[in-house]
Design a protein around this ligand. Structure first.
Ligand code: BG6
Length: 506
């Protein structure tokens, strides 16, 4: 793992084949990310994109769509010359994904022609921006048509979007199906949280500085809080979301990335497997939820109508493509116990939800109180002062909270902050979070991707909760108003331990 900016490295010559090329992910994230990579000189000249979708369309029409998408989503005014560069190496073919005779033969012919025209060796990476139930089927067809096997020194890689399965059993089956036809090293299970600068910075912060690691353990840390709060509702994704829910959508993937990076031991190197081995150990140490735990240490919520940005917004059940009687949770909070030497008795509280008070993701490391109450019988006694807050978004940075004496004749202490803000120090970086991950796939670095065992370990932790929630449908939905901080039961998980969530100002 290294910094793209520092090495100024260029990716291997290759063709990116996007399945689901006319979808939302492609236009909002993949095209802008590729554009940013090209702009910063990380894509080689012998590079091409082949878009594949169900729609029949000419490559020229697809290019026009791509130009429109880049103008809308690639941040500040995109450079016309770069857009031209992209168009000249972008192609499209469409058809029925079930028909391995026509579509996959067309793809094969197109790849051969594209490689010849652009002087590209037959290195392909397939991006599956398609519904997960198609992953195995489409991959099988690619392999069956001779496009999956690595030969003559050329590589073939496959990126799978989340969700990777919907519970432990389905994730195991998907892994097994893929591993029958591909090698693990060809499989890149993507989680875009690992592409975020601040998320990558967790490891640098912890292991690149000598002052934090000695106190990063149960002797000094009281508990950890991880919040991924969204202000938006389900938008146009009601169809997918109503069958997934907040827990599946965010916890075994994005939130567990944050947990493992915060909790893992230092890896022996920054090689992919060294880092992932340490993350996997944390997942193995997180205590699985018994049915009893699922009732007491897991909370679900669903938003009702409310107010966001001073405007009334509808209840979840009134969103597009959502059932009027839906029992799907739009909020989930869990208390996790990591049963290892470093973290015994240090709870990790995690929560995520849609239509919350503000968009805010952070990791809060709450330190224990000072061991000796020197300031007995003064207001100082009640202050819980030391806290490190890693802000993931929207304002990326790190804050250290501590107590300082308020000037004056009486001993009074007030909370103060030391702040590091990414933008102030490094300037605005236009990034979708996908740049780094696409680039890493093109150079064969899987450090920031999920291994099969990690995906299964994550599902192993949360599947018992899903089972209990399915068996006992929520009777109190909706139980929080849009624009609020989630249901009151989520506060109770901490209150029972004498703690409270650190909610940021709205
Ligand atoms: C996606 C989820 O993986 O992550 C969405 O499916 C969620 O429901 C999104 O909104 C959050 O990503 P970010 O980068 O906006 O925090």
């Amino acid at each position: 793992m290294f910094s793209m900016a520092e090495t100024n490295k260029t990716a291997d010559p290759c063709v990116m084949v996007i399945f689901g090329a006319t979808g939302d992910l492609t236009k909002r994230k993949l095209f802008p990310a590729l554009y940013n990579l090209a702009k910063d000189g990380h894509l080689p000249d012998n590079f091409a994109i082949v878009g594949v979708g169900r729609q029949e369309m000419l490559s020229d029409e697809f290019r026009d769509q791509m130009i429109a998408n880049l103008k809308e989503f690639a941040g500040s005014q995109p450079d016309e010359e770069k857009i031209e560069w992209f168009c000249s190496r972008t192609y499209y073919t469409g058809g029925d994904f079930d028909d391995d005779k026509k579509l996959f033969k067309d793809i094969k012919d197109m790849l051969r022609d594209v490689c010849a025209a652009n002087n590209i060796p037959e290195n392909y990476f397939y991006y599956m921006a398609i519904p997960p139930d198609l992953f195995a089927n489409v991959t099988q067809k690619i392999v069956k048509n001779g496009l999956g096997k690595e030969e003559n020194g050329n590589w073939r890689r496959f990126i799978f979007e989340k969700p990777f399965g919907r519970d432990l059993e389905s994730a195991k089956k998907l892994n097994a199906d893929l591993l029958k036809i591909l090698k693990e090293r060809q499989i890149y299970r993507i989680d875009h949280y690992l592409g975020k600068e601040t998320v990558q910075n967790i490891l640098v912060f912890r292991f690149g500085n000598s002052i934090f690691e000695p106190i990063w353990n149960r002797n000094y840390i009281d508990h950890v809080q991880i919040t991924v709060a969204e202000k938006l509702g389900v938008e146009l994704r009601g169809g997918y979301y109503d069958s997934a829910g907040a827990l599946r959508d965010m916890i075994p993937n994005h939130i567990f990335q944050l947990v493992t990076l915060t909790a893992m031991e230092p890896p022996v190197s920054f090689e992919a497997d060294a880092v992932r081995d340490e993350q996997a150990k944390i997942l193995a140490a997180i205590q699985p939820f018994s049915p009893e735990d699922a009732l007491h240490n897991a909370v679900r919520g669903q938003y009702g109508a409310g107010t966001v940005n001073d405007k009334p917004v509808p209840a979840y059940r009134d969103e597009e493509k959502v059932s009027k009687t839906s029992n799907t949770e739009t909020f989930a909070a869990l208390k996790l116990s990591i049963d290892n030497w470093r973290w015994a008795d240090v709870p990790f509280y995690v929560r995520t939800g849609k239509r919350l008070a503000t968009k805010h993701s952070s990791i809060v490391i709450q330190f224990k109180k000072a061991p000796f109450v020197l300031f007995r019988d003064t207001p100082v006694e009640r202050l819980t002062t030391n806290r490190i807050e890693i802000h993931i978004q929207p304002d990326e940075g790190i804050t250290l909270h501590f107590g300082a004496k308020i000037p004056g004749p009486i001993v009074k202490m007030g909370p103060v902050d030391m702040d590091f803000n990414y933008v102030d120090h490094f300037g605005e970086q236009l990034s979708t979070g996908y740049e780094r991950l696409l680039f890493d796939c093109m150079i064969g670095d899987a450090t920031l991707f999920q291994r099969a065992d990690m995906v299964e370990a994550s599902w192993r932790i949360v599947t018992p909760i899903l089972d209990v929630w399915k068996a006992i449908p929520a009777r109190d939905f909706p139980n929080y108003a849009a624009g609020d901080w989630g249901p009151t039961e989520a506060d109770a998980i901490l209150k029972q331990d004498g703690r409270t969530w650190k909610n940021t100002a709205v």
